[in-house]
Design a binder for this molecule. Structure first.
Ligand code: PLP
Length: 477
């Protein structure tokens, strides 16, 4: 009985230090203007309506637009997920038949959902894999900026989950010169806090046409509360509003919406300056002991900038498995990271993080690094390890035979992996990490893809139902 509430009650008493979403980190002082249950209301006469806002919601959205430099901003109550979906849906029209949308392959799965909903045809851009972290941290903008009339938009993810930035300035410059009607869409889910002197410039002020923010990830908004911002003439505003109305609930939560308004007004420079100092100290003191992604990595492997609130630590120079490392962090230091893979652990800060949190993390990392260090192995040796072949080259991306929507609607059947060469995948399969699709539904199974799938046990998979049986879902043509 009430297993979920019991679990939450027990967990909240553990006193874990949050290095994960949401950005408020459970701080009552940041959330106190929200009264629960009093503010859990519905669309009453004085309270405006999310889908046709003319009163207080319109006012709050305008505040957000002014803050981010957009012409219009819209509140989202189903995360940046619904923002990505609406971005794609609003582009779908008779004009896009036969045209493609350029997509950074590091896209979140809500982008694939957007492709299914819209029927748009993707042309993926392969990211650059960093050889130390073995993660898709960079995107070579120059590599895909070519004159082309058959593209209807370009979608990039910046910052990445790990805080690395795409060279948006060059992308927009190229667009303005060569393809002025092309909308640039940016998934800036992890960058709602990009304002002020401590952070990179936000995508809206850089000139992107549509930008989605997962406000809850880094600011003091409740989980699921997010925003989409629009400017300029390239995106049809009516289609955008219709898409949001189609995809969002007819009972939007006032708690989520008011938390977005409060998140805007509670943003202060002074929440960040002490944190910044502590993170720089952590980089300095652990530099050389553990491989940490820092400002020194900017300019390499197509990384154009870095958000310091993401602390990415590679532990492959230590004599400990990552699962055990995380277990020690959790049990001995009460540190709860955002995510980890076979080599790296990611710690996320937000507006609710305190300098003391970073100090505790620094001491914990130092202690574990000392305890598990391997003589004569240093961070410098990481680069000598075998490079990851996974999707390092655009030529390895499999050809798109069907759009994700066509693949979604098509009849499918299961075949043995060994018989699948040249067939069209019916499921989207990712190696995790990096979590980007090795093959998306509708793409042809190439020898390169098959060679990875055949080594099933060597990887962790997302979206592959039959990996234990060595089977794959294909389109039944
Ligand atoms: C890059 C990116 N985009 C979009 C999303 C979806 O955001 P939300 O959880 O607010 O729906 C995520 C979530 O992790 C993400 O990492």
């Amino acid at each position: 009985m009430d297993a979920l509430s019991k679990k939450l009650a027990i967990y909240s008493k553990l006193g874990m230090r949050s290095f994960h979403t949401p950005g408020h980190k459970g701080r009552g002082d940041l959330l106190s203007p929200l009264a629960f249950p009093e503010y859990d209301l519905t669309e009453l006469p004085e309270l405006d309506m999310l889908h046709t806002p003319q009163g207080v919601i319109a006012h709050a959205q305008q505040l957000a637009a002014d803050i981010y430099g957009a012409e219009e901003s819209f509140f989202l109550v189903n995360g940046a997920t619904v923002g990505n979906q609406a971005m794609f849906l609003c582009l779908a029209s008779a004009n896009c038949r036969g045209k493609k949308i350029l997509i950074d392959r590091r896209a979140h799965r809500s982008v694939v959902a957007g492709l299914i909903l819209s029927g748009l045809k993707p042309e993926y851009i392969a990211p650059e894999i960093h050889p130390d972290f073995k993660l898709p941290l960079g995107l070579d903008v120059a590599g895909f900026c070519q004159n082309s009339d058959d593209q209807i938009a370009c979608h990039v993810t910046s910052p990445s989950y790990y805080g690395t930035l795409v060279d948006l300035a060059s992308l927009i410059k190229w667009r303005d010169k060569n393809s002025p009607a092309l909308p640039i869409l940016v998934d800036q889910a992890h960058g709602a806090h990009f304002r002020g002197s401590f952070f990179p410039e936000g995508a809206v002020t850089q000139g992107a046409d549509l930008v989605v923010h997962s406000t809850h990830k880094t600011l003091a908004a409740l989980t699921q509360a997010a925003m989409i911002h629009v400017q300029g003439p390239r995106v049809n505003r009516t289609a955008l509003k219709q898409s949001l109305e189609l995809l969002q609930t007819s009972s939007p939560s006032y708690l989520l919406m008011v938390s977005l308004e409060k998140a805007m007004s509670s943003w202060r420079d002074f929440y960040w300056d002490d944190l910044y100092e502590e993170v720089m100290l952590l980089h300095k003191e652990l530099n050389g002991t553990l491989r940490i992604l820092t400002a020194e990595d900017v300019g390499q492997y197509s990384i154009t900038g870095l958000d310091w609130t993401k602390i990415l630590v590679n532990i492959s120079t230590l004599e400990i498995e990552v699962d055990d490392f995380v277990k020690l962090l959790r049990t001995s230091f009460l540190i709860e990271p955002e995510l980890w893979d076979d080599n790296n652990v990611l710690f996320m800060l937000g507006i609710g993080s305190k300098p003391e949190d970073v100090r505790v993390l620094r001491e914990a990392l130092k202690a574990l690094a000392k305890q598990y260090s391997i003589p004569h192995i240093s961070c410098k040796s990481l680069n000598n390890q075998a490079p990851v072949q996974f999707l390092t080259d655009a030529r390895q991306l499999p050809p798109v035979r069907l759009t994700p929507r066509e693949a979604w609607l098509a009849a499918k059947r299961t075949v043995k992996l060994k018989d699948s060469l040249g067939l069209i995948a019916g499921e989207t399969i990712s190696v995790y990490p990096p979590g980007i699709p090795l093959i998306a539904a509708g793409e042809e199974i190439t020898p390169y893809v098959l060679s990875f799938l055949e080594q099933a046990e060597a990887y962790r998979w997302q979206g592959w139902q039959g990996f234990k049986q060595k089977e794959i879902l294909i389109i039944d043509v």
